[in-house]
Design a protein around this ligand. Structure first.
Ligand code: MG
Length: 415
């Protein structure tokens, strides 16, 4: 409707010939030349990839031919069936109302496990696909829809798993990490197969003197190899009791770590806080917490210096942004856990670009470089330990289906 039609419509409205809703539409159309795209979801399909564990890829299809691609991880066993169970809530919906769709499916599942775990992980994959779709429909990168970017490049840390002085290949592997230009790394010091644990059962949570000494030597080795400039994070995978956690955190003070990760499980907030208060080593946790609700009390109780939500399972991009903002009010840094493909990693980068308290993002594919480089059509998206957030509409990377299918999970279907 042009301006003349509008005045004609207004006159007709005034004379009672045009209904009020039509008059309102006429006012809106005349006031702005822009039209919101009209889309309807027509289908949702999944594919499963075995890389760093099982990863669930979700595609949402629309009546305009625009599709969105999302990814979920870790808690995705049975995720394809869960996404199929969301179909009824998705088909026919306007995909641009991302938060409304998320909240609708989440609240529908209150009695079906929507407080966390597989339910929220599968929903995260759908939510991320909706953001990709919204960006493509509106012609904007996802970071723009999340409030715009505060930084162009996202700093990564390279997770190298276990690194030990007596491993003849360790120095070669760490030299490769250095050569790739990373400025931060993470190593694991918990080891279920630890020779010092031979006299204990695997479920025993107390480390012996020998095991603590081995942990200290592992980190000492990392410092020797990388020097004082490299930021080093150390993961204990929530496998130890409070006494051990406090001992290790104290021993780690000399190494000036970027953080010590989950020295105890994150669900016991009082225990985590006790460890944090006992040491100057920064404590990071939260890769197995879900939604804002999972982080609320942790932040209120001051139990962590840094939080690490996994964006591909904690609720998706919008929820991660809200968690980061909540953490920022407690002056807590945001360093997302991330083990997914370039698609999920790039989706995480859009959130990391949009929040003030971003510290560093995980990258966990050093042992899967060929798959990483071929997974999306854009190739290797990392340059010297950083990812530049793209300005293309949506997430900004596209799966190379033929290549990615090399890692298809056995017995799964492909979209
Ligand atoms: Mg961890």
């Amino acid at each position: 409707m042009n301006r003349r039609d509008f005045f004609r419509g207004a006159a007709l409205g005034a004379s009672g010939l045009l209904s009020l809703p039509r008059l309102a539409e006429a006012v809106q159309t005349a006031a702005s030349p822009y039209r919101r795209p009209k889309l309807k979801i027509t289908d949702v399909r999944t594919a499963e990839v075995m890389a760093h564990g099982l990863q669930l890829h979700v595609r949402v299809y629309t009546d305009q031919g625009i599709t969105g691609h999302g990814e979920a991880t870790d808690a995705v066993a049975g995720g394809a069936a869960l996404v199929a169970s969301f179909r009824r809530a998705l088909i026919g919906s306007d995909p641009l109302n991302v938060d409304a769709i998320f909240e609708n499916i989440r609240t529908l599942g209150v009695f079906a496990g929507a407080q966390g775990g597989q339910y929220v992980a599968a929903l995260s994959g759908v939510e991320i696909a909706l953001w990709d779709l919204a960006g493509k429909a509106l012609g904007l990168p996802v970071y723009q829809l999340l409030g715009g970017k505060m930084r162009d490049r996202i700093r990564l840390y390279c997770d190298t798993d276990i690194d030990r002085r007596d491993d003849p290949k360790a120095r070669e592997k760490l030299a490769q990490v250095k050569a790739l230009g990373f400025t931060a790394v993470k190593t694991d010091i918990d080891d279920a197969g630890d020779r010092w644990k031979a006299h204990q059962t695997k479920t025993n949570w107390t480390a012996s003197n020998a095991e603590v000494a081995r942990m200290v030597d592992d980190v000492s080795f990392m410092r020797e190899v990388f020097g004082p400039e490299m930021d080093i994070a150390v993961d204990m995978h929530a496998q130890y009791d409070v006494g051990t956690a406090k001992r290790v955190a104290k021993e780690m003070e000399r190494f000036k770590l970027m953080w010590l990760e989950e020295p105890v499980p994150a669900e016991n907030i009082a225990a985590m806080r006790e460890v944090r208060r006992s040491t100057s080593t920064p404590i990071c946790c939260g890769e197995n917490l879900y939604l804002r609700h999972g982080f609320r009390e942790l932040l209120e109780q001051g139990a962590a210096d840094i939080i690490m939500p996994d964006i591909q399972k904690c609720g998706g991009l919008s929820e991660a942004r809200k968690i980061a903002d909540m953490a920022h009010t407690y002056y807590v840094a945001f360093a997302p856990h991330c083990v997914v493909s370039p698609i999920g990693t790039m989706a995480s980068c859009h959130v990391c670009a949009a929040v003030p308290n971003f510290l560093v993002l995980e990258w966990h594919w050093i042992h899967r470089m060929p798959l990483w480089k071929g997974f999306v059509k854009e190739g290797d998206i990392i340059d010297r330990g950083f990812i530049t957030v793209p300005d293309r509409p949506g997430i900004g990377v596209e799966m190379d289906d033929e290549f990615a299918r090399r890692a298809q999970a056995a017995g799964s279907s492909w979209f």
